[in-house]
Ligand binder design. Sequence first.
Ligand SMILES: [Zn+2]
Length: 143
Amino acid sequence: MDYKLTFKEFNKALKRGKLLGLKCRDCGKFTCPPKMACQECGSTNLDIAELNGSGKVVTFTVSYVPSEGREAEAPYTIVMVELDEGPWLMGNLTDIDPNKVTMDVIDRSVKLGLRSKVLPGDTYSIGGKEAEGGFARPTFVFA
Ligand SMILES: [Zn+2]
């Protein structure tokens, strides 16, 4: 089976500020980040779709112990965002001081930052191949 939308394509679009996902032709639900099958019904009958990048913060964490290669970024705030289209997407919340983040950010409206920051590859979680050329991580700002 092939990936309709690869992480490479997803990353490339993200670097240009575009959030791509998959729309299921069978159930109509969106999948993001890309997977091989619809995260709702398992169908592989998928179309590439652009998502608007807006949503609400579901939960967050502040990382003081970064993964290898990201030492210079710490501390940083990681948020789980429920996108308007439904899927949950993890990203960094960039317009708040990580030392001042409180529970108040939960449920706040956020949108994709204009350009997602290109970060050095985290070779452990994404594999050396994808790390080439940089891994784009979604960045969010308050809407
Ligand atoms: Zn589906």
